[in-house]
Design a binder for this molecule. Structure first.
Ligand code: NAD
Ligand code: FE2
Length: 399
């Protein structure tokens, strides 16, 4: 049994409407050298890159821009971005965008600091030490990567999403400006918001830190009182605000609350860990290239249903946080209302994917289940153990 937990997050979190206007001053205080901005064409087209660059210009901060990130970036993109960055003499990295751009920025920060190739750092605790100063500016309210120790890439050869996971790549600064999310299209708002909900629920219903089956240091450690407080607040913020944010993109209050919910969920899951929904999303994501949040929405209710029997009290609380009336019900019935509430939210924001609809062949399911077992660092956080047959059962329910 483990008896100690620890908690890490970004070095500093700066949060609020128009916070990005302070980027230039912030960079000036960090480094006199050139900043590398890592972003993607969608962020450029939305005018967000220009907003960030004008703040840098105003303060005379020199910069180079890599704007060719792609959604769910392949390992090759990290190599390409690194090749670009090597010639720019950059002293700090700014990740501007959704999880894809920020994760690519994290990978580039590692490569610029220590050289080599991305695969040298895949896994946990492979980064040798601190990386160049990293500022993460999220434009989606979903991944929480601005505070997490993970950079996720797509490995087409292994047919798996793969990651660099190390506290050294938690951003030095998370600069969170909800105003950057107001132009996010409804479908992206929906899928990224469901990602945040999945982080919060999987963190809240993870195994207790005492019972994590791991020796020595672990990044994802199971629940503790601090992650519980963060996750509870995040579940409530997302379930109260996601519908509005999807339906009324310009609703600044809903956007603000979603941005906050996403950061809190990121703080929670990047210490407590995520579980089987995220683990199963790894092989399914590599095979389908579907957005990560869509897969979360597809898998979360089925994983919750599987987990309910071993964490009844936790799921009752999730149901309550999502506004369900649990009075007069026995514990199991009350816990199952959390699954119903999540299904309703997913339906309301129009995430309707099935594995079949994403082009998965039924014959692929056993192999996906086997591949999921390789994501042991996430599965061990799940409150209930899973065999390949259990995972296949969940996949069949999501088919
Ligand atoms: N590192 C972590 O801790 C962590 C956690 C969860 C997910 N992830 C990873 O993050 C990636 C997904 O990131 P994401 O869900 O944030 O989406 P994304 O970064 O892939 O962005 C999706 C699309 O939305 C566009 N977009 C983003 N913000 C916009 C805005 N404000 N206005 C207009 N368009 C906008 C982008 O240009 C892009 O085309 C996946 O690779 C996933 O595996 C990482
Ligand atoms: Fe996620």
């Amino acid at each position: 049994m483990r008896n100690v937990w620890n908690f890490s997050t970004a070095g500093k979190i700066i949060f609020g409407n128009d916070a990005v206007q302070g980027l230039g001053k912030l960079m000036q205080s960090l480094s006199e050298k050139t900043a590398l901005v890592v972003t993607d064409p969608g962020i450029k087209a939305a005018g967000i890159l220009e907003t960030a660059l004008s703040s840098l210009k105003q303060e005379g901060v020199s910069y180079a821009v890599y704007d060719q990130c792609e959604p769910e970036p392949r390992v090759e993109k990290a190599v390409e971005a690194y090749d670009f960055a090597k010639n720019q003499n950059c002293g700090a990295i700014i990740g501007l965008g959704g999880g894809s751009s920020i994760d690519l920025a994290k990978a580039v920060a590692v490569l610029l600091t220590y050289g080599g190739s991305p695969k040298d750092y895949f896994g946990e605790f492979k980064v040798p030490g601190p990386v160049l100063p990293l500022v993460a500016i999220p434009t989606t309210s979903g991944t929480g990567t601005e505070v997490t120790p993970a950079a996720v890439l797509t490995d087409l050869q292994a047919n798996l999403k793969i990651g660099i996971s190390d506290n050294y790549i938690r951003p030095m600064i998370a600069l969170v400006d909800p105003m950057l999310t107001v132009k996010m299209p409804p479908a992206v708002t929906a899928s990224t918001g469901i990602d945040a909900l999945t982080h919060a629920i999987e963190a809240y219903t993870a195994i207790g830190f005492e019972y994590l089956l791991a020796e020595g240091e672990a990044l994802y450690q199971g629940t503790n009182d601090l992650t519980d407080a963060l996750a509870e607040k995040a579940i409530k913020l997302v379930s109260d605000n996601l519908r509005l944010a999807v339906d009324q993109g310009q609703n600044v209050k809903a956007r603000y609350n979603m941005a906050l919910g996403s950061v809190l969920a990121g703080m929670a899951f990047s210490n407590a860990g995520v579980g089987a929904a995220h683990a199963i999303a790894y092989p399914v994501g590599a095979a389908t290239h579907a957005p990560h949040g869509v897969l979360c929405g597809l898998l979360l209710p089925h994983v919750m249903e599987y987990n309910v029997p071993v964490a009844l009290d936790r799921f009752v609380k999730v149901a309550e946080l999502m506004g369900e009336n649990v009075r007069g019900l026995n514990q199991f019935e009350a816990a199952m209302l959390s699954v119903k509430a999540v299904k309703r939210l997913i339906r309301d924001v129009k995430i309707t994917a099935t594995l079949r609809g994403l082009g998965v062949n039924e014959a692929q399911l056993p192999d996906m289940a086997e591949k999921t077992l390789e994501v042991g660092r996430l599965l061990r956080n799940n409150p209930r153990r899973l065999t390949a047959a259990d995972i296949e059962g969940i996949l069949r329910n999501a088919y």
